[in-house]
Ligand binder design. Structure first.
Ligand code: NDP
Length: 478
């Protein structure tokens, strides 16, 4: 065969990635279980480049140059395993199987192990940017062996998005599941970003008294500054949109129940296992689940509490500026938490992830693309050992400057009864980190009281237990 890459699974993502490869001059073999999709791609887009249509797995494998590069773009989960099982007997040592679906990184680790026994490189690749990104240039997060990246990387660099400075938005993240892990945390950060923007909207609406159209204008203004990002940009679009059927703001005719496909949940589950406090991401996932409990919410509407009262015009504008500060500072916290999780995952799984490199490839193509990521990249490039983004001098200065407004916004939200779990959790994390002493000392005392779990002292080495049920004298433990 002569095709440089093959794509099997030609739904929206696979079809667009295949077209992206072809538009960049690669010879692309295409295959789909239902052959009508393969024919439809050739029919509609065959003129865009050099495609080879394959109607059976055997034809598909035969169309590829060796060592083969075969990209699987099917539904994540069991279908991915089924497709791998189908293709492995047709492949040989040295071939590269790429899974571009939204796989859980533990599945990717398992698949990588299984295929390694056959001498086949398995490369789990996180791809962000949705349908349009797949076609025009996504952010691509490949895991797998270094050797596989040598063969695949240059092709991915051609189809990936490019940051403003021209750097392709892909890099070898690390072995086995590293790419899918980083993609997972990307999605978790995306949840947190979206939740924080939603809280800002809620406050501008119910406390500042702004209309959705005016909030769209406010967000457009913010988008010319340090909050410049794809998510703020599309939020302004959504808020400015009017429902054709009713003439009302679109946001007022949509049911307020947020759905989720699970990557935010995976991020939090994994963070719990790693012991990393990603409270911003967790609050975002919980906020979506709270919104979905329609019966509970209906029953609870009788609970007493304040109804937000709208500020006067002059105060409203000043409040909006404070919300911008709170949003920015909370966003810095979310990213600090997400990058902490990536660092911890890298340590736990032996991946050696370059955090500056991760920030670099999120600068374009993906959903969380933002001007802000350039600063994160710079922070890690100048201090690769940085333990938290919050400790980068520039971010520390900015959150320090923002904090009065941040506190005022969280306090005002509490006073007015507007739920801001994202802003509040971010602020609590910030204060938790900076506290000299935490009440965790008391927690240790409680644990020792009811479970003899022991504690460490501030003034001496070793573990101790107090005989709470006896004379309350202290004994060394263990
Ligand atoms: P879907 O997730 O809807 O999957 C449909 C494709 O999977 C079809 O080609 C289908 O073939 C194939 N398929 C399903 N089951 C099997 C099976 N048992 N054997 C063989 N083929 C099977 O497609 P998307 O394009 O939306 O997504 C592809 C992957 O990319 C998913 O893992 C998704 O999570 C991920 N992804 C999606 C993004 C998006 O924005 N949609 C963004 C980033 C990643 P057939 O036509 O024969 O039914």
């Amino acid at each position: 065969g002569t095709a440089q890459i093959g794509v099997t699974g030609l739904a929206v993502m696979g079809r667009n990635l295949a077209r992206n490869f072809a538009r960049n001059g690669f010879r692309v073999a295409v295959h789909n279980r239902t052959t009508a999709k393969t024919d439809a791609l050739i029919e509609e887009f065959g003129g865009e480049g050099d495609f080879v249509a394959a109607h059976t797995p055997e034809e598909f494998v035969a169309a590829l140059e060796r060592p083969r590069r075969l990209m699987v773009m099917v539904k994540a989960g069991d279908p991915t395993d089924a497709v791998i099982r189908e293709f492995v007997p047709l492949l040989e040592a040295g071939d590269v199987v790429i899974d571009g679906g939204n796989a859980h990184f533990e599945d990717t680790r398992r698949r990588e192990r299984e295929l390694r026994e056959h001498g086949i490189h398995f490369v789990g690749v996180g791809i962000s940017g949705g349908e349009e990104g797949a076609l025009e240039g996504p952010s691509i997060m490949p895991g797998g062996s270094k050797e596989s990246y040598a063969s695949l990387g240059p092709m991915l660099e051609r189809i990936a998005a490019r940051a403003q400075d021209g750097t392709p938005c892909t890099t070898h993240i690390g072995p086995d599941g590293a790419g899918h892990f980083v993609k997972m945390v990307h999605n978790g950060i995306e949840y947190a970003d979206m939740q924080l923007i939603a809280e800002a909207y809620d406050l501008l609406r119910s406390v500042a008294g702004y209309s959705p159209a005016r909030i769209a204008e406010t967000f457009r203004g913010w988008n010319t500054g340090r909050l410049d990002s794809y998510l703020i940009e599309i939020t302004a679009e959504v808020l400015a949109h009017t429902d054709a059927a009713t003439g009302k703001p679109f946001v007022d005719v949509v049911q307020d129940r947020a759905e989720q496909k699970g990557t935010g949940r995976w991020t939090v589950q994994t963070a719990l296992d790693l012991g990393v406090p990603v409270s911003g991401i967790a609050e975002a996932v919980f906020a979506r689940s709270l919104s979905g409990h329609a019966d509970l919410r209906e029953a609870a509407r009788t609970l007493p509490g304040p109804t937000a009262s709208v500020l006067g015009e002059a105060e409203a504008a000043a409040f909006a500026d404070r919300v911008e500060q709170a949003l920015y500072a909370s966003k810095v916290v979310s990213y600090a938490q997400g990058f902490h999780q990536i660092r911890a995952g890298g340590e736990a799984y032996g991946w050696d992830i370059d955090l500056g490199g991760v920030a670099s490839i999120w600068r374009a193509g993906c959903i969380i693309r933002a001007a802000f990521l350039d600063r994160i990249r710079a922070a890690y490039d100048s201090r690769p050992g940085l333990v938290s983004l919050l400790l980068d001098p520039r971010f520390a200065r900015e959150t320090g400057t923002a904090q009065d407004d941040w506190r005022a916004v969280v306090a005002e939200a509490a006073r007015q009864g507007v739920p801001t779990p994202g802003f509040a959790a971010a602020l609590a994390y910030y204060d938790g980190l900076r506290a000299g002493r935490l009440p965790a000392a008391l927690t240790q005392g409680q644990r020792d009281f009811f479970g003899a779990h022991t504690y460490r002292r501030t003034d001496r080495e070793g573990s101790f237990h107090t005989l709470w049920g006896g004379d309350r004298s202290e004994v060394p433990a263990g």
